[in-house]
Design a protein around this ligand. Structure first.
Ligand code: UT7
Length: 340
C-alpha cells in the first residue's frame, strides 16, 4: 500500500502538507546492562554485543505501564511544539504492550492523562512498524483536513511480555516511548508513506496465547503468553524489508540514496542494518543507530531515534529522512520526510 501521491518525479515534494513539528522521547531510568542479564540467563556481553550491537536497555518499574511512558514522551513533544494538549485532535498510540489486553485503548488513557480533552484516541497495532504506520495515518488525517493536530506516540513495555528465561529473545528488547506532533504546514513534511504486510509470516514473531485464537485458561503454559520469535526467519525478512522500503520510496519520488540525509530504520539489530547496506550498496553512515543504549524498543525505536537526532542537532530543515519499520505481522513500511 502506498499512502502518498503517485506523482511524476519530484512533484510530490511540492504538495504534501502534514509536518512533524516536534518530537520527544522518554525512557524509564533503570538501565539493565548485558552483564546484569548474564546473571539471570545463559548469555554474555560479548555474545549480545557481537550479534546485535546492544550494550544495555532501559527497563520500566513494575508499576509502570505503556501509557505512563507515552504520556511523558507526548508531554515533551507537545512542550517542544508549544502546543496545548487541549488543541490535539487525535491521539494515535502505536503499541504491542497496551495497558489492558484489547480494551480500553491505551490511547484513551494517554488522552485523559494529557488533558487532551477534545481529542479522539485509538491504538494502532503494527508492532515494530507501528510508528511508521502512525505517521502515515496522521499524515492522511491532516492532509484530508480531518484533523489539524495529531499526536503520534510509540510506547512499549516489552519487559512485561518477554520470557526472561529465553536467551533467544530476552536480550533483545527494552522499554521506552517516543512521540511526534503532526500538523498542517507548507514547505516540507511527510511527503510519502508506503505500508506493507507479509501475513504468511505472522507466526514467526508472536505471543501465541492470550487472544481469541488461544484464550488463556488454567491449563495455559505461561510461556505461550510471552513473545516468541524465529530469529533467523525474521532476520532475513528484516534485511529485505529495509531495502524494499527504501527503494520504493526513492523510486516513487524520483530520488536516489545520495539525495537522502538520514535513514532511520527500526533499531532491532545493527547487523540487520549493516547487511541491508552491504546488499544494496547503501552508505552505512546515512543510517542512524542508537540500539547500543536502548535495545529494541519496538514501536518506540524510531521516535526515540528521531528525538535523539533532533537533540544532537543532526536533523536540519530541508533534510530528507526516510524511516523504515519492520517486525511482527510481518508488517513493514516507511515514510519519506522533508524535515522542517
Ligand atoms: O523487532 C522485531 C524484529 N526482530 C528482529 O529483527 C530480530 C531478527 N533476528 C536477529 O536479529 C537475530 O537472528 C538474533 C539476534 C535473534 C540471533 O542472532 P543469530 O546470529 O541469528 O543467532 P542464531 O539464532 O543463529 O544462534 C546462534 C547461536 C545458537 O547456538 P547454537 O544452536 O549454534 O549452539 C543460539 O542458541 O547463538 C545461541 N544464542 C545465544 N548465545 C548466547 C542465541 N541467543 C543467545 C544469547 N546468548 N542471548
Amino acid at each position: 500500500m502506498a499512502t502518498g501521491r503517485e506523482t511524476a518525479s519530484g512533484s510530490a515534494l511540492q504538495r504534501a502538507s502534514a509536518q512533524i513539528v516536534a518530537v520527544g522521547a522518554y525512557v524509564p531510568p533503570r538501565v539493565m546492562t548485558n552483564d546484569e542479564l548474564a546473571q539471570i540467563v545463559d548469555t554474555s556481553d560479548e555474545w549480545i554485543y557481537s550479534h546485535t550491537g546492544i550494550k544495555a536497555r532501559h527497563v520500566a518499574a513494575d508499576d509502570v505501564a505503556a501509557s505512563d511512558l507515552a504520556v511523558e514522551a507526548a508531554r515533551r513533544a507537545l512542550d517542544e511544539a508549544r502546543i496545548n494538549p487541549a488543541d490535539v485532535d487525535l491521539v494515535l498510540l502505536a503499541t504491542s504492550t497496551p495497558d489492558y489486553p484489547g480494551l480500553p485503548a491505551t490511547a484513551s488513557i494517554v488522552q485523559d492523562h494529557l488533558g487532551a480533552e477534545r481529542a479522539g484516541a485509538m491504538d494502532l497495532v503494527a508492532a515494530c512498524s507501528g510508528f511508521v504506520y502512525g505517521l502515515a495515518t496522521a499524515s492522511a488525517f491532516v492532509d484530508s483536513g480531518q484533523a489539524a493536530t495529531v499526536l503520534v506516540v510509540g510506547a512499549e513495555v516489552y519487559s512485561t511480555i518477554i520470557n526472561w528465561a529465553d536467551r533467544n529473545t530476552c536480550v533483545l528488547f527494552g522499554d521506552g516511548a517516543g512521540a511526534a506532533v503532526v500538523r498542517r504546514g507548507t514547505g516540507g513534511g511527510i511527503r510519502d508513506s508506503v505500508l506493507h504486510s507479509v501475513g504468511s509470516g505472522a507466526a514467526s514473531l508472536c505471543r501465541p496465547a492470550g487472544g481469541s485464537r488461544e484464550p488463556c485458561n488454567v491449563a495455559t503454559d505461561p510461556d505461550r503468553t510471552k513473545l516468541q520469535m524465529d530469529g533467523r526467519q525474521v532476520y532475513g525478512f528484516a534485511v529485505q524489508a529495509i531495502i524494499d522500503t527504501v527503494e520504493e520510496l526513492l523510486r516513487r519520488n524520483g530520488l536516489s540514496i545520495a539525495d537522502l540525509d538520514h535513514v532511520v530504520a527500526h533499531q532491532a539489530n545493527v547487523r540487520i542494518i549493516d547487511a541491508a547496506c552491504r546488499r544494496a550498496g547503501y552508505p552505512v553512515e546515512k543510517f542512524f543507530k542508537n540500539i547500543r543504549e536502548y535495545a529494541n524498543t519496538s514501536a518506540a525505536s524510531i521516535p526515540i531515534a528521531l528525538s535523539e537526532m533532533q537533540t544532537r542537532g543532526l536533523l536540519r530543515p530541508g533534510h530528507l529522512v526516510v524511516t523504515v519499520g519492520f517486525g511482527s505481522g510481518l508488517a513493514y513500511g516507511g515514510n519519506l520526510i522533508e524535515w522542517t
